[in-house]
Structures are given as C-alpha cells and as structure tokens.
Design a protein around this ligand. Structure first.
Ligand code: SAH
Length: 245
C-alpha cells in the first residue's frame, strides 16, 4: 500500500473512531430521544392498552439501561431506534416500546422477585433488575444465555441469575414469582408458569402461532387462585421452542 493510501486510511479510521454517532455522549442523547419516542407510542396505543403513560420507574429504567451494550457491534449504531434488532442465533432483542410496556404490565416494585423466560441479549432482564429485588431468567440457546450472563455481569447487574435450559418448566426452586415475563411466543400459556405465579401476580406473555398474529396477554391470579386473562395488543415475537429431552 502506498504511503498516501495508508495515511488516508488512517485518517478515515481515526475519524470513524471519533465519530459522534458512537460516543457515550451520543448514546446518552439517543437514549433520551428514544424515551420520548416510547412516550409517543404509548399515547398512540392508548386505545389498546388503556394507558396514556407508563410507570415512572419503568421509564427511568429505560432511560438508564445502555441498550447498545446488549446488541452485537454490527447493529450498535441502531441500538436506540424503537426497533427489534438481530442478536445472533436467529433471535432478536425486542422493540424498546414492547420491553417498556411488558415491564409496566408486570406491575413490579423494589420487593418483587421476577422470572423471565427468553433471556436473549439480557436487556429485558437488566430493565427489570433496575426496578425489582431479583430477576431469574432462562434462555434455551446456550451461546445467547452465556453471552447475556457475561454482559449483565460486566455491567454490574448482580441481582440477575441466568440459567440455560427450556423455560417451559419455569424455575420451581425460586417460585412463587411476583411476575413472570415470557419474551418468546408459545401457542398456549405453559401450566408450570401459571403454577409458579404468586397470588396477585401478573404473567405477561405473547400468545400465538409462529408468523401468525399473536396477542400480548396478561394473566392475573386472584387470592382464591382463579386466573383471568386479558388481551392487550397484537405483537410479533420469535417462537417459544422446546428442548428435545
Ligand atoms: N428478552 C430478550 C428477547 C429475547 S427473544 C432480550 O431482552 O433480548 C426470545 C428469546 O427466547 C430467544 O433468545 C429464544 O432463544 C428464547 N426462547 C425461546 N423458547 C424458549 C424456551 N422454551 N425457554 C427459554 N428461552 C426460550
């Protein structure tokens, strides 16, 4: 390579490295803009959800968690768009609005213990971890579970425990859970998850067939154990898969 071309290349690389689009400051700004966008979408979907705003604690968590740390470098520049993004292994990190809505619907607080099925990147677990006491999360695809555990550890989320396995059976050792979030779509709500939900708790789950319209549902458990399911809005999630054994 000629000296001139080498210099030009170096200059290009230097300018990329210093590009404002990828600096921490710019991520902070982009995150603030995303919060406004989520607020807008919440108002637009009021007729479905009945909500004009999400809980303050939820929006504060969304404003704090660095989503760019949870996505592959190849899509990092898109981390603060209100879009799902690929995270490898054919899976996706959910749209930020949906993460915020599901967290709001879970109706959790500082004392809550929460189970998530479908760790994926670990982002939803981190948002929950900002609000609740403990998060248990299960991921069926091993490389994703291991990577999410490393990311959460690196960012200091020491109240999240990740397990690799089929989340269909929940996590009986730590039940009952004040809320359960499922971030992949089964065709029916797995009975073990209903059993592991605390009285007064909420199970938030997208229900439906792959590539067909799915519905985000909330199951409530009354003190007498009776359950009631409410449909919130149409969604599109990756399928809930089962391990062979
Ligand atoms: N909550 C994730 C989004 C995950 S996408 C995030 O914030 O990034 C859904 C995830 O559910 C995928 O990673 C998929 O592998 C996982 N999944 C699907 N079926 C599962 C099952 N039976 N048990 C556990 N995880 C499952």
């Amino acid at each position: 390579m000629s000296a001139l071309r080498a210099t030009v290349l170096t200059l290009i690389l230097l300018s990329l490295g210093a590009s404002p689009a990828c600096s921490q400051d710019s991520f902070t700004e982009q995150r603030a803009a995303l919060i406004e966008e989520i607020d807008r979408v919440v108002r637009q979907t009021e007729s479905d959800t009945g909500k004009t705003a999400l809980a303050e604690a939820v929006m504060a968590a969304m404003a704090k968690v660095p989503r760019h740390e949870f996505v592959p470098a190849t899509v990092r520049e898109f981390a603060y768009l209100n879009r799902p993004l690929p995270i490898g292994e054919g899976q996706t990190i959910s749209q930020p609005y949906i993460v915020a809505l599901m967290t709001d619907l879970a109706n959790v607080g500082p004392e809550s213990v929460v189970l998530e099925i479908g760790t994926g990147s670990g982002y939803q677990a981190a948002v929950l971890a900002e609000i609740v006491d403990r998060v248990y999360t299960v991921e069926i695809v091993e490389p994703l579970g291991l990577r999410a555990a490393r990311t959460l550890d690196r960012l200091g989320y020491d109240n999240v425990t990740v397990r690799v396995g089929d989340g269909y059976q929940g996590w009986p050792e730590f039940a009952p859970f004040d809320a359960i979030l499922v971030t992949a779509a089964p065709e029916r709500i797995p009975q073990p998850l209903i059993d592991q939900l605390a009285v007064g708790g909420k199970l938030v789950v997208p229900i439906g067939e792959q590539n067909r319209s799915q519905s985000l549902q909330v199951l409530d458990k009354a003190p007498d154990g009776a359950t009631r399911v409410t449909d919130i809005l149409p969604v599109l999630f990756v399928p809930f898969t089962r391990s062979e054994n």
